[in-house]
Design a binder for this molecule. Structure first.
Ligand code: PMP
Length: 396
């Protein structure tokens, strides 16, 4: 008998149009143990409170196994939502537990917003450069991503105003604290300007803040979601990845009621709910431990590592390079002199057992070939100094 095979069905256009994750390729570079990598965007694993987190899992499994191993509600663990709401309210952003949805990390928050808000052809404004997995996420919806120019303080309000008028966007995506990839923080006056521009032009703001708790110095800036002009149009995305552990895949989404409901339904369709046991363990951890004391240890270590990176950069980079001094977070943004190609030089760097991320994939348009991102979190100051010696050799 001859079997005739019908053609294999084609992939959806959206699956073809969005490229492979550059994040994956970047992480692959860091796998060789001898490489001192400034490429990853990972928190320092030796700073995870493994004992405290382990104890929290043991307790919830011992005390309430039938509950924490069962299906649960899409909105999320009431105790965890309560703890997050109290944390946000305590920092000047009044929040009810019912105003929050627990997500599988802020990455899922992005996907839920995209599902709930974006139609093919809708315009999404992004900082240029921006978090590249957000670019992918918006790309999947068929939305048109339009970059807004930035300077050392982040998105430029005058440019935003002009582009919003021209493009009639639906959504503006921002990482206002210690941005990925640039480490920049948006000052209060610009936060106000962004909120007012959004109100004037009728667009949503997605404020993605996984790094805000990692401030080493300077004044904490208020969330855009807490400014009057943005109250009914801002979505705040938070994450436990950088303050507890990314492997738990826990985050939260705070949004006005109607949008929150739409995100709950989108999440129901995606995964029913975030892991019951992981949420219960996180809530237990927050009840039994002092997260802020833990964060103080993390911030102190990261500040030392940032300082080691900044101290070594002048000798490591070609004359004429420039970089910023972030007040927190995980990243420094470097510009090599004009004419340098950070992507081409990465191969040489890796052959000297040191790595960074070229800036190119973070740009939605008008990419700067000489830009690169360096993360300072996962190596000790001594390793950072050695990594910079290798970088100097690679660039020399
Ligand atoms: N947003 C930004 C700006 C990020 O840098 C990251 C992770 N590096 C995420 C979202 C995703 O984080 P999560 O682990 O919470 O999904």
């Amino acid at each position: 008998m001859t079997v005739t095979r019908a053609a294999v069905p084609a992939l959806a256009a959206r699956a073809v149009s969005v490229g492979a994750s550059p994040v994956r390729e970047i992480l692959a570079l860091t796998a060789r143990p001898e490489v001192i990598s400034f490429a990853g965007g990972l928190p320092a694993p030796e700073l995870f409170d493994a004992a405290g987190i382990g104890e929290a899992y043991a307790r919830v499994l011992a005390e309430q196994p039938r509950k924490v191993l069962q299906y649960s509600t899409t909105e999320g663990d009431p105790a965890l939502r309560g703890a997050v709401a109290a944390r946000l309210s305590g920092r000047g952003l009044p929040t009810e537990p019912d105003g929050l949805l627990v997500t599988g990390g802020s990455q899922q928050g992005l996907a839920l917003i995209a599902t709930a808000l974006l139609e093919p052809g809708d315009v999404v404004l992004v900082e240029n450069p921006t978090y590249l997995a957000a670019l992918q996420c918006f790309g999947f919806t068929g939305a048109r991503v339009v970059p807004v120019p930035t300077d050392a303080d982040g998105v430029v309000p005058e440019a935003l105003e002009e582009i919003a008028r021209r493009e009639r966007p639906k959504l503006l995506y921002l990482v206002p604290n210690f941005q990925n990839p640039t480490g920049r923080t948006l000052p209060l006056a610009r936060r106000r300007a962004v909120a007012e521009a959004a109100a004037r032009h009728g667009l949503w703001i997605a404020e993605d803040d996984p790094y805000g708790d990692l401030r080493f110095e300077g004044e904490r800036q208020p969330w855009i979601a807490g400014l009057d002009a943005a109250a009914d149009r801002a979505i705040l995305l938070g994450s436990f990845s950088k303050i507890m552990a990314p492997g738990m895949r826990l985050g939260w989404l705070r949004a006005p009621a109607a949008l929150l409901r739409a995100c709950v339904i989108a999440k129901q369709a995606a995964d029913l709910h975030t892991s019951t046991v992981d949420q219960a363990a996180a809530a237990r951890y927050l009840a039994d431990n002092d997260l802020d004391a833990h964060l103080e240890r993390v911030r102190t270590a990261y500040r030392d590592r940032r300082d080691a990176l900044l101290a070594g950069l002048p000798a490591a980079l070609p004359t004429g390079s420039s970089w910023n001094r972030p007040e927190g977070g995980m990243f420094v943004w470097v510009r090599l002199p004009d004419g340098y190609d950070a992507t081409a030089l990465l191969r040489t760097a890796v052959s000297h057992d040191v790595a960074y991320v070229p800036g190119l994939p973070f740009f939605a348009a008008d990419a700067e070939p000489a830009a690169l991102r360096m993360s300072f979190t996962t190596h000790t100051p001594d390793e950072i100094a050695e990594g910079l010696v290798r970088l100097a050799r690679a660039f020399g």
